[in-house]
Ligand binder design. Structure first.
Ligand code: ASP
Length: 307
């Protein structure tokens, strides 16, 4: 029998214990559990890995504390420009959107790009028009407003004025990977990108092969971290290639990328990944990563810091 499994993340980075209260930690953990339960229950009913990862990511997009959907950060001009991607490992079909505003659930739009358009990636106004045509819920700016994010943006703006080499580590993302009862793998990732981003900056999340990748021949991967570095390592696809062409295990391949290749170019972050045997890896080289998994061995775990 094929094992079922789902793993999710809510972003990696400098998650300071000093900023974490027991109440806040409980909120994060409850949101992670809700997303896991949502995705896993679909798998348990015979649903596809694609539907499971999309559903889990939508739960996290609706939760204001994660940087995706409702909780997306402010860009340089005070807007919420979001990116998302989804990939079906059974036939390598994929859908992605970049630089979109107003769409309540960017992952739902990415899924429709995959299933109802002849393209893989749509950006900006065109992608928003496609969302309207597909009758996806669209929200006013106020839906995405969050006082804490606003303050983060104000700080980033102020630092920009005084410091050109300002290193903004205020990122975050949500993502999911899953293995379904038919043995199919899927990955989904959604993000608001980096606080105060300019010039239409797009990170790794919507780039197939970088922040998001799935192939039934190897694994499904969803990344979080400093996107530019994940694009340069072609993270998701490289992990898949190490498994497919060199015979590395999921954990070995993830270790090479997250703890060696990424580190060598100064990259920080992590990922969740699952292979076709149901093995799950959740490596990160940052201080913490909101993460969790649930599988048909009856195991469920959520965590934030290093164990
Ligand atoms: N990877 C995302 C980006 O660079 C951000 C993150 O995962 O924290 O847009």
């Amino acid at each position: 029998m094929i094992p079922l499994g789902i793993a999710i993340h809510g972003g990696a980075g400098t998650i300071l214990r000093s900023h974490m209260t027991p109440e806040l930690q409980a909120q994060y953990e409850n949101a992670l559990k809700e997303a896991l339960n949502k995705g896993y229950s679909l798998l348990g009913q015979g649903g596809t890995a694609v539907d499971a990862v999309a559903a889990a990511v939508m739960v996290l997009e609706d939760f204001p504390l994660f940087n995706a959907g409702k909780g997306s950060v402010f860009n340089h001009i005070g807007k919420h420009e979001m990116d998302a991607a989804i990939m079906d490992g059974s036939d390598l079909s994929a859908g992605a959107v970049a630089g979109i505003c107003g769409v309540r659930n960017p992952i739902a739009l990415a899924k429709l790009v995959m299933q109802r358009s002849e393209h893989v990636m749509l950006f900006g106004k065109g992608a928003e028009d496609f969302a309207l045509q597909q009758k996806l819920p669209v929200e006013e700016e106020t839906y995405f407003f969050n006082e804490q994010r606003f303050q983060q943006w104000q700080e980033a703006l102020a630092e920009d004025r005084v410091s050109l080499d300002h290193n903004d580590k205020k990122f975050g993302t949500v993502g999911a990977v899953a293995l379904d009862a038919s043995g199919n793998l899927a990955a989904a990732t959604s993000t608001g990108g980096m606080t105060n981003k300019k010039f239409g900056r797009v990170g790794d999340s919507p780039i197939i092969g970088a922040g998001t990748y799935a192939s039934n021949t190897s694994c499904a991967v969803s990344c979080t971290g400093h996107g530019e570095l994940f694009i340069r390592t072609v993270m998701g696809h490289d992990i898949s290639c190490l498994m497919e062409y060199k015979g590395l295990s999921l954990h070995e391949a993830c270790d090479v990328l997250v703890h060696d290749k990424l580190v060598k170019i100064g990259g920080e972050g992590g990922l969740v990944a699952i292979d076709r045997h149901g093995n799950i890896a959740m490596p990160f080289n940052s201080e913490g990563m909101y993460r969790g998994f649930k599988n048909s061995d009856g195991k469920m775990q959520v965590a934030i810091y290093k164990e």
